[in-house]
Ligand binder design. Structure first.
Ligand code: 4AD
Ligand code: MG
Length: 477
């Protein structure tokens, strides 16, 4: 059995004077004497002092960037600055040598794009190891939040026959021979011979099935991968992303907004408490990258201060109509600074969302009561006949992190809306039955998991907060 001590724990209460065994990857090798080790347990590194005379030349020669080593030695108080303790190596074993001349990563700054293409190694960098530790923490906090409040985790299908958002952005799934599919007499592909007897796709959202759960278990949530065949060539879209979708019975749009605000604050606070060292590292990284920027281009607050601010302050809440009014009266609008046009009925673009959050309210904003024609068929119609009880939560730097709504529980209104929006009632008979038989007011939302991880880690591109982003050229993984 392999026995080792994790660096993070060793440094919490260092057993000075004791023999310790550590294993990890070399982050730096200085002056042919000081080896800096990290083992993934945290962002902390441990300095190991290697007395060259004690070890075979071949072993010492193999110490280098990202080589994997095992060290046994005595933990002592450090003479040098920068660390309080260090290990005096007594045994040294190279577990995995690393030939730097052909290693894809080099001990220098690499572009994010290059690191994505080398995803087999990118988690060994300081930045990505911190990001993926925090990502884990957010996932854990999601389950903890809901479990502690009596919600049930519902696993909804990945392969499905429906388009939950009605936006036609699905990836087709088929067991039919793609080159020579069976055809009907009319020459069309015969989906009745498909495994599922009809065209199926990867889910865009687990919401419709979550509604089934809510109308029996009261409070449920889904947390799983979702897929969108949409333009994913932006810094906040992925073709494959994870979504968290709570759905609650006996709830209206106000309950929904309150839950959304409380939930995201909890996730952020959890990370502040559990991952202070990773967040401090990521904070410093952003400050370093902004050093040469003009003040106007820099973030007004550091990462950790931003997170604390978001947790401590109420989100602003406005209706879509009010938001539009603010935007159209803004100097930015009057000076033609927005790329996309604005008028009542158009959807807000990322630039508008970011203006509201970063320039106008200077805090997260919840926008509610959107025009019905730019929102999905299942949203509850408001009495004005023009808007629906929808809400989006908008964050600095990211824009929309949450989209949700009160659901249309009135069967006649839902049928009418489906007809107007060309959503086929026969394909969603089960969904309509939830209204016919024992329905009730209910509401829910979807939080884009990567978007909240992006916000918490301060990463600029959403592809850098998911271990294996789905995009052309990156699909090998
Ligand atoms: O606003 P959306 O499309 O809402 C729904 O899917 C609803 N069914 C949710 C619900 O009410 N249960 O997506 C929800 C969130 C967005 O706010 C965004 O954060 C994220 O999912 N999202 C994406 N994240 C990454 N890449 C994409 N392509 C995304 N599309 C949506
Ligand atoms: Mg949305």
């Amino acid at each position: 059995m392999i026995v080792r001590q994790e660096i993070k724990h060793l440094l919490q209460q260092p057993p000075v004077g004791e023999l310790v065994t550590v294993m990890g990857w070399v982050r730096a090798w200085r002056g042919n004497r000081f080896m800096v080790l990290n083992d993934g347990s945290g962002p902390q590194t441990l300095q190991v002092v290697v007395d060259q005379d004690k070890f075979p030349e071949e072993t010492v020669r193999q110490i280098g960037f990202h080589a994997c080593v095992r060290v046994v030695g005595t933990l002592t108080a450090s003479q040098g600055s920068g660390q309080s303790v260090e290990v005096m190596a007594e045994q040294l074993e190279i577990l995995g040598a690393n030939d730097l001349s052909s290693y894809p990563l080099q001990p220098k700054k690499q572009t994010m794009e290059y690191l994505r293409e080398n995803a087999q190694f990118r988690m060994r960098t300081n930045t990505f190891s911190s990001v993926f530790r925090v990502r884990h923490g957010v996932a854990y906090a999601v389950n903890k939040y809901f479990h502690d409040r009596g919600y049930y985790y519902l696993h909804t299908p990945i392969i499905t026959g429906n388009d939950a958002e009605g936006a036609g952005e699905m990836f087709r799934v088929s067991t039919l021979d793609p080159i020579n599919p069976p055809r009907t007499e009319a020459g069309e592909i015969d989906y009745n011979q498909d495994f599922f007897g009809k065209a199926t796709n990867l889910t865009v959202s687990g919401q419709l099935q979550a509604e089934i759960g809510a109308l029996a278990l009261g409070k449920v949530y889904t947390f799983g991968p979702t897929f969108r065949a949409e333009n994913s060539n932006t810094s906040r879209h992925l073709a494959e992303f994870w979504m968290i979708e709570p759905e609650i019975a006996f709830a209206d749009i106000d309950n929904d907004m309150n839950l959304a605000e409380d939930f995201v604050k909890y996730l952020i606070n959890f990370c502040l408490e559990q991952y202070p060292d990773d967040l401090a590292y990521l904070d410093q990284r952003i400050q370093d990258s902004e050093k040469n920027m003009k003040t106007a281009d820099r973030r007004p607050m550091g990462l950790v201060d931003t997170l604390k601010f978001v947790v401590a302050n109420d989100f602003a809440r406005v209706t879509y109509t009010e938001a539009l009014d603010i935007l159209m009266r803004s100097k930015a609008y009057k000076k033609g600074k927005f790329e996309f046009p604005l008028s009542w009925g158009t959807d807000l673009q990322a630039e508008h969302e970011r203006y509201l959050v970063e320039k106008h309210f200077e805090r997260p904003v919840i926008v509610r009561d959107y025009p019905k024609d730019i929102k999905a068929f299942y949203m509850r119609q408001n009495d004005d006949g023009k808007t629906v009880a929808a809400m989006d939560v908008l964050f600095p730097y990211i824009g929309e992190v949450i989209g949700g709504s009160q659901r249309e529980e009135r069967e006649d209104k839902l049928r009418q809306r489906m007809q107007e929006m060309d959503v086929h009632a026969d394909e969603l008979a089960w969904y309509l039955q939830l209204r016919t038989f024992g329905g009730c007011p209910h509401a829910g939302f979807g939080l884009g998991f990567e978007r909240i991880v992006q916000f918490i880690t301060g990463m600029g591109n959403i592809r850098d907060v998911i271990p294996f982003p789905r995009a052309p050229r990156l699909a090998d993984f």
